[in-house]
Design a protein around this ligand. Structure first.
Ligand code: PLP
Length: 396
């Protein structure tokens, strides 16, 4: 049997039960591929949710080393953490877009963080923070062009734009961005795509007629960056594609888009044992061995981010061969039925990776669990140590 050990491709560090390898060279390559896709636009590296599980700071630094000048986060706390780690305003604009009342507007303004405003309440709190700190704000007004999530509805837009322009006239802020977000960019041909693009153009034109002179107009996420060139405007906000995962698996694999997966997740077999036929496996006995067989114990579970929905469906590769999770994924571990194979205890189990070694990908896990690959990589928890390879040595 060919094993990961004998082929010399074992990546898992000695002694660790599990590890996520983050290939920063792949991240740089993906950014280059995205730049080629959107030659007229700047790229924003979206590093929210700890860079989709890949590590916000190392990924942000690598993106900066690759020439990126925009970072995006959901929460102001995420943006402030990047500034606190030493990423200066001269190095990167950081935009954060998910604010709640009482949020850290004053800290964000002082830290030179770009602030998204979707409603008057946020503008009011922001203006108060600017008055208190004496530091003018950089604002991106967000339009709800159809997503129905955050953003300002068209009927409230003229009022929000006018209020922002009044504050701008007083020197309290600069409206530097007009932006929106797609609902269905990952479903090519969905009628909402064109409708959102048309509404964005109209709301943008309205703001410009009112006197807004945006530095950046932006609409595209990863799927739109890959598939909708007319949505690129001045800036594309890429998350998933930068991490080398296909945001539109129906339209293409990562390789089809010139992308390489950045995260690989592997673990080490904690136990290999013979059991008789008819033996129940894991909680609830949802799997019963069809005959005498070998079971392998994999020391990662839902506390590590392996979805419980992968019970009896998640794929892994051991010694070059695929197996399926047998029975329920538990908090800290799951079991695979190795059939007649007897790999050594300690052997590497590849859960997902680039696929270049024949292993499953995050997309395979998403399919197995009835979810999207975004969730597969993002939920890998802090208990799994990250190992960074291929980095350029970037520091703040
Ligand atoms: C998460 C997010 C993105 C990035 O989306 P991807 O599909 O991962 O590229 C862009 N814009 C907003 C507003 C987001 O919330």
């Amino acid at each position: 049997m060919t094993t990961a050990k004998t082929t010399g491709t074992t990546m898992l560090a000695e002694g660790l039960p599990a590890e996520a390898t983050i290939d920063l060279a792949a991240l740089r390559g993906n950014l280059a591929a995205l730049r080629e896709r959107a030659p007229g636009a700047a790229v924003m590296a979206v590093v929210k949710a700890d860079a989709y599980g890949h590590g916000a700071l190392p990924c942000a630094l690598e993106a900066l080393a690759a020439g990126v000048r925009w970072l995006g986060t959901a929460t102001p706390e995420e943006a402030l953490a990047l500034r606190a780690a030493g990423i200066a305003p001269e190095q990167a604009r950081i935009l954060c877009w998910l604010w709640t009342p009482g949020g850290p507007f004053a800290q964000a303004v002082r830290a030179g963080i770009d602030i998204s405003v979707s409603a008057l309440w946020a503008l009011t709190e922001l203006v108060d923070a600017v008055r208190a700190t004496g530091v003018p704000a950089r604002v991106h007004l967000k339009a709800d062009t159809g997503l129905g999530r955050n953003g300002c509805q068209p009927h409230d837009w003229p009022e929000l734009v006018a209020a922002a322009l009044r504050a701008q006239a007083e020197g309290l802020l600069q409206v530097v961005g007009i932006w929106s977000h797609f609902a269905c960019a990952d479903e090519p041909g969905h009628p909402s795509i064109r409708a959102q693009q048309e509404l964005f153009a109209a709301m943008l034109a309205q703001a410009e007629r009112a006197g807004v002179r945006p530095e950046v107009r932006h609409l595209a996420n990863s799927p739109a960056t890959l598939l909708l060139p007319e949505s690129h405007y001045d800036l594309v906000r890429t998350g998933l594609a930068m991490y080398g995962v296909s945001p539109v698996p129906e339209a293409g694999t990562p390789a089809d888009f010139g992308l390489r997966p950045v995260m690989s997740l592997s673990a080490r077999l904690a136990l290999v044992k013979r059991v008789p036929g008819g033996h129940g496996v894991s909680y609830g006995h949802r799997y019963r061995t069809p005959g005498e067989t070998t079971l392998g114990l994999v020391p990662v579970g839902y506390a590590d981010g392996v979805p419980r929905h992968a019970s009896s469906t998640g794929p892994v590769q051991i010694g070059g061969k695929w197996y399926t999770v047998a029975g329920r994924v538990a908090m800290d571990q799951f079991v695979v039925d190795l059939g007649g194979d007897v790999p050594e205890v300690g052997e590497e189990v590849l859960l997902f990776g680039s696929g270049e070694r024949g292993e499953p990908t995050a997309e395979d896990w998403a399919r197995a669990c009835g979810t999207i690959a975004y969730e597969i990589v993002t939920r890998i928890s802090a208990r799994v140590p990250r190992r960074y390879v291929g980095g350029s040595g970037a520091r703040p």
